[in-house]
Design a protein around this ligand. Structure first.
Ligand code: UT7
Length: 336
């Protein structure tokens, strides 16, 4: 890794962004053909209209490479010092997928590792990469949030099958003396809530089970909903107070795209108007660790995010984990 000498007041800025969605779109109506649900129920309860889903043979790393290449191109960079992949659905349980992604992107022998904080993975990744950049351990990093939950969700489970989509979002972060980008990141967890979101088998607690149902993603939706609103609200309020912003200063609230009602309830509790809340889950569903960077990439491409905009980002996920960040959006060239 290349270090930088200015460690104390090192700023960290977003230098590039990109995302990737698999081409296949699954609408609510298509889901309702084989699941006891309806387009109306899914839209009313979640705001989701469709999601993108990988075809068999496409793995998490394939989406990550695509998004990573776009982020590097947007930054005008061909090299970084560090690759962090936030994912719960790596290509294989062992090894991590980050080294393969790094290698396929031609990034050389840089450190590369996976990070699992489920739907909070991108915010956890922001904290880790920002910390390494501030310390001088790296001068630049590629952080990719990526998940293919369609590969772990039971297509016959009406408690989860309608919620998730696949995708990847990536940012290039760069240390910049005096740079004003990622100002602060706040993280938390409560392992007492781990049963709310789980894949039961395939780990050391319960090795691969003869019952395929144990290998699917399981979720207690209502409890997750309540904790998501409470923790995303409290975490965002904490990070805003730490950077000295009031909610009136926030140009965009970018919450984890799990459910439109969760986003609205969190924004309302914080006092952030709906028109300053980014929503793209109607088109992509809940893409887990990819949801925040995909929302950012789409909003940047649409011209909604502009240089100098103040963003409050918040997520909640399995573990339970949560986190939030305050950041100032950079001037970026139009993304491809
Ligand atoms: O990304 C990780 C974090 N995950 C989340 O943030 C997800 C958080 N949870 C949620 O978003 C919501 O809890 C869900 C969208 C998963 C469910 O919405 P809900 O408003 O909590 O629904 P519910 O589970 O309370 O079910 C309400 C009704 C029930 O019927 P009765 O008992 O009222 O007659 C369910 O049986 O809706 C029924 N139901 C469905 N109906 C049609 C449950 N699932 C479905 C379905 N289609 N898929």
């Amino acid at each position: 890794m290349t270090g930088t000498p200015e460690t104390a007041a090192q700023g960290v800025v977003v230098a590039g962004i990109g995302h990737a969605l698999p081409p296949r779109v699954v609408t609510n109506a298509e889901l309702a053909q084989h699941l006891d649900t309806s387009d109306e129920w899914i839209r009313t309860r979640t705001g989701i209209r469709q999601r993108h889903v990988v075809d068999p043979g496409t793995a998490t790393s394939d989406l990550a490479v695509e998004a990573g290449a776009r982020a590097l191109a947007s930054a005008g960079m061909q090299a970084v010092d560090l690759v962090v992949l936030a994912t719960t659905t790596p290509d294989h349980p062992c090894p991590a997928s980050a080294p393969a992604v790094s290698s396929r992107l031609g990034l050389g022998a840089v450190p590369a590792f996976d990070l699992n904080a489920v739907c909070s993975g991108f915010v956890y990744g922001l904290a880790v990469t920002t910390g390494m950049l501030r310390s001088g351990a790296a001068g630049s990093a590629l952080l990719i949030g990526v998940d293919t939950f369609s590969t772990i969700v039971d297509p016959a489970d009406r408690a989860t099958a309608f919620l998730f989509g696949d995708g990847a979002g990536a940012v290039v972060l760069r240390a910049e003396p005096g740079g004003c980008g990622i100002l602060d990141v706040e993280l938390g967890s409560d392992g007492g809530l781990q049963q709310l979101i789980q894949v039961r088998s395939g780990g050391s607690r319960q090795p691969i089970s003869a019952d395929p149902a144990d290998g699917f993603f399981a979720m207690q939706g209502q409890a997750v909903y309540r904790h998501a609103v409470a923790h995303m609200t409290a975490s965002t309020a904490t990070v805003l107070s730490r950077v000295g912003w009031s909610v009136r200063d926030v140009d965009w609230f970018v919450g984890h795209q799990a459910n439109r009602r969760i986003l609205e309830a969190t924004a309302a509790r914080l006092g952030i108007p709906a028109e300053r809340t980014l929503v793209n889950l109607d088109r992509v569903g809940n893409t887990a660790a990819a949801s925040i960077p995909i929302a950012l990439a789409e909003a940047a491409a649409a011209g909604d995010l502009r240089a100098g905009h103040k963003l409050a980002v918040a997520a909640f996920g399995g573990g339970a984990t949560w986190g939030s960040a305050a950041l100032v959006w950079p001037e970026l060239p139009p993304s491809g």
